[in-house]
Each structure stands twice: as structure tokens, then as C-alpha cells.
Design a binder for this molecule. Structure first.
Ligand code: SF4
Length: 291
């Protein structure tokens, strides 16, 4: 379905845009084309953003030669959580601001115990690289993004928070993983390695899982095919809804529900004319009952 709002698309694409589009093209349109404010903020987003900001701050401090005390890092986390929730319509579910903060601090402590002294070279390294089709050579919007961390041995580290654990298969077609490997290929790294650090937010005992992915440019071909196919659909302004059980958690559910109601039909819908009744064909005529 083509839905042309006439508004411009963002000039660059990103891993987040590709993921948003495959989750539901209509939410992509609401967010990236129409610029609608989300109807609420999910706890997953709140925790993920705050943890990223705090961990980035920690490693930047270490890079600057400082080693903040745990209490100082926790204060930064408190501030980041506040910044994420202040004035936002957070869908709290069974959480409160206090219980969320306690869970996030537990997760942060687990991370710092294991990775606090990671030898980091850069934090939030920006990239913008070309994205082109292997088949036709067509060039699409440039891919833009940030690498969470780069270690001194050149391994790129992607931080994730998740409600449940991952497994190796989750990485095979992961659009973000492929995007960061593509960025590294385009910057001349022949076989980059990406380490995915998944912070699993279990309430009592949070844990950390790590996965390592390494691909050559040729081995990342599936990702390029997927990314350029998605970009083609976006550029063609194909934004159909994708109804699924995930609609329950959709940040644009009300807008989507009102979508059809916004546009009044130009005239009352007319049904198809009733078919003329035809006399039954001889072969179909029921035999006369026996006398
Ligand atoms: S409610 Fe469902 S179909 Fe509608 S925009 Fe959200 S995810 Fe897509």
C-alpha cells in the first residue's frame, strides 16, 4: 500500500530505521516521516537509553584518566533515568520509579564488575557510509550511526539490554549487527569483529551474555540485500500496517486506530449489484417426484 504524506524522508538511514521498518512500516512512517510524538514511553526504552548513557559516561571518564567511585556512577544513572522519565508518559506496568532505579543499579553493578576496566579506545564513534545494492549498484541513502564502544584491539562492542537471554541464532539476521559490520567493511576493515554484550534485566539476578560475530564483506551479503530491499520499500513510501500481537505494545496504537477514521469516505460505500436470478439450467433441474 502506498501512503504518500508528501513529507520528506530523513536524508540518511540507520540501523534503528531499518529495524523500525521491519517491526511495522506504519510505525516507521509515524516516527520518521510524520514526526509524531510516541503516545507513551516503554520501560525497555527508558532502561536501555539510561544504561547506554551511564556506561558511555563511565568509559569516557576512564579514557580521560579518571576512575569514578561507584556512588558517582550510580548518581549518573539516577540522573539519566530521571531525564528519560521526567515529563514522559511512561507505561510503568508493575514497576515504580524506585523499583526501576533499583533494578537498573543492580544491572549496572553486574556490568561494571565484568567490563568496568575494558580497554576502550572510543565511545559513541560516529560513522556515515555508503549503502548500495550488490545486484544493480543502485546507491541508497547513506547509512549513519554510532558504535557504542571500540576496544583498543579494534573490536566493536554493541551494548544491549534485554528482558530475556539471546542465543547465537539471534545474531544471524540481526539488522543492527549487520549494519555495524557493514560500516566497518566500508571503512576498510576486512574482517571486523563485533562483540554484543547483552545485559539481561532479570529482577533478582541480572546477568550478562556476550556473543562475538565476525564476517567478511562477502559474508555480510545477506544483510546488504535485506537493507537495500527495505530502503527500496521506504523510498517507494510503502507504509502498510503490520497487525500482530505486538500492536498491544505499539507506541502509536491510538494514531493507528484512528487512521481510517481520519479520512471520511467521499461517498457512502456501494455494494455490488445483486445478481439477476437466472432460471436453472435443464441439467440442474431437480427431477419430478415419482408419482
Ligand atoms: S498498532 Fe500495530 S499495525 Fe498499527 S502502527 Fe502499531 S504495530 Fe503497526
Amino acid at each position: 500500500m502506498t501512503h504518500d504524506s508528501g513529507l520528506a524522508l530523513p536524508p540518511t538511514t540507520s540501523a534503528s530505521q531499518l529495524v523500525a521498518y521491519v517491526m511495522c512500516p506504519r510505525t516507521y512512517e509515524y516516527s520518521y516521516v510524520l514526526g509524531l510524538e510516541p503516545e507513551f514511553r516503554s520501560l525497555a526504552l527508558v532502561v536501555g537509553s539510561a544504561m547506554h548513557a551511564t556506561i558511555g559516561w563511565w568509559h569516557a571518564e576512564r579514557l580521560a584518566g579518571r576512575v569514578p567511585a561507584l556512588v558517582a556512577v550510580e548518581r549518573v544513572l539516577e540522573a539519566d533515568l530521571l531525564a528519560e522519565t521526567l515529563g514522559a508518559k511512561v507505561r510503568w506496568k508493575d514497576q515504580t520509579p524506585e523499583s526501576l532505579e533499583a533494578d537498573a543499579k543492580r544491572l549496572l553493578r553486574v556490568y561494571l564488575t565484568r567490563f568496568g576496566d575494558m580497554p576502550v579506545a572510543t565511545v559513541e564513534e560516529a560513522f556515515t557510509v555508503e549503502l548500495a545494492s550488490d545486484e544493480t549498484g543502485e546507491v541508497f541513502r547513506p547509512l549513519r550511526g554510532y558504535l557504542d564502544l571500540r576496544r583498543q584491539d579494534d573490536v566493536v562492542v554493541e551494548l544491549k539490554t534485554a528482558a530475556k537471554g539471546w542465543d547465537e541464532f539471534d545474531l544471524v539476521r540481526h539488522l543492527q549487527v549487520g549494519a555495524y559490520l557493514h560500516a566497518e567493511h566500508m571503512c576498510g576493515v576486512e574482517r571486523p569483529t563485533l562483540e554484543v554484550v547483552v545485559m539481561v534485566k532479570l529482577k533478582r539476578e541480572p546477568r550478562i551474555e556476550t556473543y562475538s560475530v565476525s564476517r567478511t564483506c562477502a559474508e555480510n551479503r545477506w544483510w546488504r540485500g535485506a537493507a537495500t530491499a527495505i530502503e527500496s520499500a521506504i523510498l517507494a513510501r510503502q507504509f502498510p500496517p503490520k497487525p500482530s500481537p505486538l500492536c498491544r505494545e505499539c507506541e502509536y496504537e491510538r494514531a493507528c486506530r484512528n487512521w481510517a477514521a481520519d479520512a471520511a469516505p467521499r461517498e457512502a460505500p456501494v455494494g455490488l449489484p445483486a445478481p439477476e436470478r437466472q432460471p436453472p439450467r435443464p441439467a440442474e433441474t431437480a427431477p419430478a417426484p415419482a408419482p
